[in-house]
Ligand binder design. Structure first.
Ligand SMILES: C[S@@+](CC[C@H](N)C(=O)[O-])C[C@H]1O[C@@H](n2cnc3c(N)ncnc32)[C@H](O)[C@@H]1O
Length: 326
């Protein structure tokens, strides 16, 4: 199974979280209690397995919205017994999940955003543009609207916005004009028709610039179908809030909008909120976070050569240094 998804920037993620999870209680765990680390994006459990192995004192709580990912990683993590608690949840539900488990604060949080290689490789999930499959793209196939519904029902202007914002697709207007023309003839059901349409809609010069011309549209649809940015916008602040003092967060993003959002939340936490000109800054205005990465860290060339899905990765980390003032 480890072949189905290679964990990205694994060593660096572990090193970033280590000071909070090592030792008897981890720096953030009170009175020798077991430190808790949350993997908000369990996937096939590559990062989770490494966390459990490297930090033998730690308890893992891991979330995924994809039941198939939970089933497969459940098998992989079974040897760790009750050190691992796997939960079917969208990651902005983290505060509820921790509340139900009676965990007031955690020492580590990891997000490895986006889709897993398993999701991309399973043709019938409809994420991939390389094979014909039903246009689904939901990470949780029991909830929400599919990519086909988005394509067949959204107003043209909304589709253009999505393709531009989430796919950074410069030819969004051209592609959407073709989609609207075609869906009036017959609604979209499979991915091959969409791929062919995009190929036909784009000018030759654009098609020569490398990669599959449908890639950006597929990414945009996936982000929309799963509400990825909306959920992330709630989840990262919630995760920061869940950290005990001394606790650490690491976030791997694969898209500039994700990375920008993460950067904003962490930078806000690391800034003082004091009005300018105060001679002494009272505690309640002091930063709650210390940044652990200078800008975003990138994978090494060696890693990208071994695993091309690591190429767009951007890693940011921070440490909780102060309680919220109530
Ligand atoms: C890149 S994979 C994680 C791979 C994992 N780190 C590993 O090494 O195997 C991302 C996973 O996060 C899940 N996911 C994405 N968005 C989510 C969300 N909002 N809530 C919960 N899980 C989510 C996906 O279903 C996918 O399984």
């Amino acid at each position: 199974m480890s072949q189905r998804h290679v964990p990205v920037m694994l060593q660096r993620c572990l090193d970033l979280l280590a000071p909070a999870l090592e030792g008897p209680g981890g720096t953030g765990a009170a009175g020798g209690a077991r430190p808790v680390v949350v993997d908000c994006t369990l996937g096939l459990g590559g990062h989770s397995e490494a966390l459990l192995t490297r930090f033998p004192a730690a308890r893992l709580v891991a979330l995924d919205r994809d039941r198939e990912a939970l089933r497969l990683s459940g098998e992989r993590l079974a040897p760790f017994g009750d050190r691992a608690t796997l939960v079917h949840a969208v990651y902005d539900e983290l505060p509820d999940v921790l509340g139900r488990l009676g965990i007031p604060a955690v020492q580590g949080v990891l997000f490895d955003l986006g889709v897993s290689s398993m999701q991309l490789d399973e043709a019938d999930r409809g994420f991939a543009y390389a094979q014909d499959a039903p246009l689904d793209m939901r990470m949780d196939q029991t909830a929400g609207v599919s990519a086909a519904e988005v394509l067949n029902t959204y107003p043209a202007g909304e589709l253009v916005r999505i393709l531009r914002a989430y796919g950074e697709e410069k030819q969004a207007k051209r592609i959407v004009a073709a989609i609207v023309r075609e869906r009036e003839k017959e609604p979209f059901t499979g991915s091959a028709r969409l791929v062919a349409l995009i190929r036909d809609a784009l000018p030759q010069a654009v098609k020569r610039t490398g990669g599959n011309p449908a890639k950006r549209t597929f990414q945009a649809l996936r982000i929309e179908v799963n509400g990825e940015l909306t959920v992330l916008e709630r989840a990262v602040p919630a995760a920061v809030k869940a950290l005990a003092v001394g606790g650490r967060i690491a976030v791997l993003s694969y898209h500039s909008l994700e990375d920008r959002l993460v950067k904003q939340v962490l930078a806000e936490g690391a800034a003082t909120t004091a009005p300018p000109g105060l001679p002494v800054v009272p505690d309640r205005y002091q930063p709650r976070l210390k940044l652990l990465t200078r800008g975003a860290e990138l994978p090494t060339e060696e890693e990208v050569a071994r695993n091309r899905r690591a190429a767009p990765a951007r890693l940011r980390g921070a440490e909780r240094i102060r309680e919220d003032v109530r």
